[in-house]
Write a protein that binds this ligand. Structure first.
Ligand SMILES: OCN(O)CCCc1ccccc1
Ligand code: NI
Length: 183
């Protein structure tokens, strides 16, 4: 199982590279890696397991964070209605997005960043994501709220972008125009 020892930290070159497309159908190795990533995210949200193995809770994980420069992400998150979005995706891409933006009022964090970077992280409020799931199916997801934010955070990792890159350096909590706050 993956633990925090497998997660590279800010400053590691893998976090600033553009990850490679995964050749499909995915190899057994790439499938095993993505399954381990999704298992990490689920384990990290289980208090007993997280405590036992010292896992920092995360609602997503991107392959570059475990030093695998491939376009693979795992997400395990509930939306405000309690709907679960649990996916391992190969080659995810945002195929359309709203003009309106959104941001987490609590700001964002990252398993690869050990110190806090306070501030609002502007994201698209709604996105449509296409990718290939662990069982080889093409998926098309229309997302809003926290799920939309997490998928954008993870897809950013595939392009060498960190959440704090988006924070207003002059005024981290400056109002973001045309944006809805997400709690
Ligand atoms: O890349 C995932 N990871 O660093 C875990 C934290 C994910 C995350 C945290 C806050 C808002 C969106 C996504
Ligand atoms: Ni992250």
């Amino acid at each position: 199982m993956l633990t925090m020892d497998n997660i590279v930290r800010d400053g590691h070159p893998s976090l600033r590279k553009v990850a490679e497309e995964v050749p499909l159908p995915a190899s057994d190795e790439d499938k095993a890696t993505l399954e381990r990533m999704l298992e990490y995210v689920k384990n990290s949200q289980n208090p007993e397991v997280a405590e036992k193995y010292g896992l920092r809770p995360g609602i997503g994980l991107a392959a570059p964070q475990i030093d695998v420069e491939k376009r693979m992400i795992a997400v395990h998150v509930h939306d405000e209605k309690g709907n679960l979005y649990s996916y391992g995706l190969f080659n995810p891409r945002i195929i359309s997005h709203s003009v309106e933006r959104a941001y987490l009022t609590a700001g964002e964090g990252c398993l690869s960043v050990d110190e806090p970077y306070p501030g609002y992280v502007p994201r698209y409020a709604r996105i449509t994501v296409k990718g290939v799931s662990l069982d080889g199916e093409e998926v098309k997801l229309r997302l809003k709220g926290l799920p939309a934010i997490v998928f954008q955070h993870e897809i950013d990792h595939l392009n060498g972008v960190m959440f704090y890159d988006h924070i207003n350096k002059e005024d981290p909590f400056a109002e973001i125009d045309n944006a809805i706050p997400v709690d």
